[in-house]
Design a protein around this ligand. Structure first.
Ligand SMILES: *Cc1c(COP(=O)(O)O)cnc(C)c1O
Length: 354
């Protein structure tokens, strides 16, 4: 830290993203990326758009919002596009929390929430998950704060049903509930159909996982037009051109062939269920995943040891040192071949432990 770093950030602990090795020698199962690259049409659209890079991007993402509105069965006024969904989440912390309205989220959830609270100097309350890592929805009734729920949750992979989320939204009429649906396309129920019914519901989604565009940075918020206006006030005060031209073009091209993404999600879910079974047969315990990753532990090998042993063998998975979950690892679902390699290597590791 330099002696010039602002006093207000002295104790800030930044978010730590999963490793992104510069070389390609690892099988990367550590950051929940989609293993299938975008279609060639996406690259073509980006190339064509690059000729217009001398012009600023469309601050309103009109074309993208029009297509998405149709897909999601909402209107364009109910949509805001952002630089990844991390950005819309940060906007929501800025727009809907303050010293009297703390952020409220689970003790085991997306690691960025406390960081967003901290950088914006916002108080927050962490609600412990139950022993089995599920959410007790009654813990969230009548909260005096802005609730953030990742659904499905990360890194636990567990989803609540839409009716359960609706109950939380209903029981907090005076507060915003933000539902982070980064993984919703892998088998969970979206709360988007509820946004007309509740003016205190904001849903966030991303192109990073189910649409193979993590590197493009494209996310969105879906909610009542008044909420979207508030979030736009924050956006236009920070970075009006938050979605660049190449990303916008990539997003449009990607949506025009959305059946490709939907099919890939299906393949990933099949691979997930097959991998889960293989790991259970090897003695792993894991949560019921509605995401593109598994959250698993083994009685004979610690989470950290498994992570390190797999890394030695060229496979990256994600280990968290947080007390409550350090027995576990989060394993992204890759291609069937990658998962076969994972299983074979884990078999070797368990064999050596005997
Ligand atoms: C990956 C992820 C996000 C955000 O990803 P972006 O790439 O910024 O869209 C948000 N929430 C959760 C729970 C995630 O896992």
């Amino acid at each position: 830290m330099s002696r010039f770093f602002s006093e207000k950030y002295k104790n800030l602990v930044a978010y730590v993203p999963g490793e992104q090795p510069r070389d390609q020698k690892y099988i990367k199962l550590n950051t929940n990326e989609n293993p299938y690259p975008p279609l060639p049409e996406v690259a073509e659209a980006v190339r064509a758009e690059s000729e217009k890079l001398y012009l600023y991007s469309d601050t309103e993402c009109v074309e993208l919002r029009k297509i998405l509105a149709e897909r999601l069965n909402v209107s364009a006024e109910e949509l805001l596009m952002t630089n990844g969904s991390d950005e819309i989440l940060n906007f929501a912390f800025m727009a809907f929390c303050d010293s009297k309205t703390p952020a409220v989220f689970a003790d085991v959830t997306y690691g960025f929430y406390p960081v967003f609270a901290d950088i914006n100097m916002l108080p927050y309350e962490e609600i412990p998950l139950k022993e089995d890592l599920t959410i007790d929805i009654t813990d969230y009734f009548g909260k005096n704060g802005t609730i953030f729920i990742a659904n499905p949750n990360a890194p636990t992979a567990i989803a609540l049903g839409r009716d359960e989320i609706e109950e939380i939204v209903k029981r907090n009429p005076g507060n915003i509930v933000v539902v982070d649906e980064a993984y919703v396309d892998f088998g969970a129920e979206s709360c988007v159909p509820l946004i007309r019914k509740y003016d205190n519901l904001l849903v966030t989604q991303t192109f990073s996982k189910s649409r193979s565009m993590a590197g493009a940075r494209l996310g969105m918020g879906i909610g009542n037009p008044e909420l979207i206006r508030d979030l736009n006030t924050v956006k236009y005060s920070l970075n009006p051109y938050n979605v660049n031209r190449l990303t916008h073009a990539a997003g449009v091209a990607c949506l025009k062939k959305d059946e490709y993404n939907i099919r890939n999600c299906g393949i990933i879910m099949e691979t997930r269920d097959r991998t889960a079974k293989a790991l259970r047969d090897l003695g792993f315990e894991m949560t019921e995943s509605r995401t593109n990753f598994l959250f698993a532990r083994h009685p004979a090998v610690s989470g950290e040891e498994l992570y390190l042993e797999l890394k030695k063998r060229g496979i990256l998975i994600r280990h968290f040192s947080k007390e409550r979950i350090r027995d576990y690892n989060r394993i992204t679902i890759g291609t069937p071949e990658q998962m076969d390699a994972l299983i074979a290597n884990i078999k070797d590791i368990l064999e050596e432990k005997k």
